[in-house]
Ligand binder design. Structure first.
Ligand SMILES: [Fe+2]
Length: 180
């Protein structure tokens, strides 16, 4: 399960700290185990059930947002040099953990790949992502990125890393027809 997950999401390697990387991967394994998913299922459902007819998979979305976050980080550090401090490892772990809770918000569906799970009627994925990351002892700076990445974070002061991921996520969400 772990090897296949790393094949499908090579961006985990962008997290350079071994403990942080392993705990981030661990949260994914926990979510897949608890939600009844296999790694290959992640290509079979759209990243949002809120967008009608969306043909971008959960996996494509996760990877696009992680890659955008890395690119924005690298551009800003290159451009501003010492005027800006960002933690790239926290940003990459946060990017990869923010949507893992969707594996509890949704459940596998034979027809459509995924459907809203009972859990999702009570907790949207920013909450379940934080819970999964918390159980793996991810740092607060990483949990924060998951907690405030979506509409639930509106009005809360976002860290610079959370601002980057929030916008990367919304670029992908809105460019493919997502609202709010
Ligand atoms: Fe999300």
């Amino acid at each position: 399960m772990k090897d296949r997950l790393l094949e499908l999401i090579p961006e985990f390697a962008e997290i350079k700290d071994d403990t942080l990387r392993e705990n981030t991967i661990g949260a994914w394994l926990d979510a897949m185990d608890r939600g009844g998913w296999t790694p290959d299922d992640l290509e079979k459902f759209p990243f949002s059930l809120l967008i009608e007819g969306l043909d971008i998979s959960f996996l494509e979305h996760i990877r696009a947002c992680a890659k955008m976050s890395a690119a924005v980080h690298d551009l800003l550090i290159d451009h501003y040099g010492g005027k800006l401090t960002l933690n790239r490892d926290f940003l990459m772990a946060g990017s990869l953990i923010a949507d893992v809770g969707k594996l509890l918000e949704y459940s596998p569906d034979a027809d459509k790949g995924a459907k809203k799970a009972e859990h999702g009627n009570y907790l949207r994925h920013p909450f379940s992502s934080v819970g999964l990351g918390w159980a793996r002892k991810l740092p607060d700076e990483v949990l924060h990125i998951a907690a405030v990445h979506s509409k639930e974070g509106a009005g809360f002061r976002r860290s610079p890393e959370a601002i980057i991921f929030h916008h990367a996520d919304f670029i992908d969400f809105q460019i493919f027809g997502g609202g709010y």
